[in-house]
Write a protein that binds this ligand. Structure first.
Ligand code: SAM
Length: 210
């Protein structure tokens, strides 16, 4: 997702430090960011944020953390969180490569990866968020009984992810090859999901645990 560069982005984000952590102030103390201590669910690559905001509305007993590396994208999410007055969702300007520095061991119950960038060239496969390098980081910060939920319309990335998670020894709780054919009511569509589905693409989903 490419957004026009906004020179005022950092000033805007810094003004909303109660919603968004721009300088990793809460690294190692994520519960301190929230009014109450509750299980932590993380979405990596929130994009415009409609998924995580709807999750936070439906599940007040969970603390949601949205990780996004693009400050120009994150502005839009901050604005929406402000409008909704939700206190169980916080955003972090962070590259997922640094997750282990941000969260403590076994601190996270669930990770959502929605329509992650496919990085189709083989030489870029380490950048895919389901590459074993990332799985290693997720495993360290997740509870044992936690799971990763991944949705994509990209068949190659889905197959790569199944192989990568399987090779890493993860157990699959669910593998769906056409999520919208019989869409479960709990499914919350993301912006990319709506766009790709409208183009006639199938949506794949898996849930897997360590
Ligand atoms: N999840 C949203 C959706 O489904 O509509 C957005 C999908 S968009 C294709 C991928 C998003 O992930 C972008 O906003 C991008 O900036 C973010 N992203 C990509 N790599 C990331 C990383 N390593 N850490 C954090 N965010 C990342």
């Amino acid at each position: 997702m490419r957004m026009r560069n906004k020179p005022w982005a950092m000033d805007f984000l810094n003004e909303h430090g109660h919603i968004v952590d721009t300088d990793s102030s809460y690294a190692g103390n994520i519960q301190g960011f929230f009014p109450s201590k509750q299980p932590i669910h993380v979405e990596i690559g929130t994009g415009m944020g409609s998924f995580i905001i709807e999750m936070a509305k439906r599940n007040p007993g969970i603390n949601y953390v949205g990780i996004e590396l693009d400050k120009n994208v994150l502005i839009r999410v901050v604005e929406k969180v402000k409008e909704q007055e939700l206190d169980n969702i916080k955003l972090v300007l962070l590259d997922a490569r640094k997750l282990e520095e941000y969260f403590g061991e076994e601190e996270v119950e669930r990770i959502y990866l929605n329509f992650s960038d496919p990085w189709p060239k083989n030489r870029h496969e380490k950048r895919r968020l389901t590459h074993e390098g990332f799985l290693e980081g997720y495993r360290k910060i997740m509870y044992r009984e936690g799971h990763v939920e991944f949705k994509t319309d990209n068949r190659s990335l889905f197959e790569f992810s199944l192989r990568s998670m399987n090779n890493y020894g993860m157990a699959f709780e669910e593998v769906i090859l056409d999520l919208h054919a019989d869409e479960p009511p709990e499914n919350i569509r993301t912006e990319y999901e709506n766009k790709f589905s409208a183009q006639g693409n199938k949506i794949y989903r898996l849930k897997a645990s360590f």
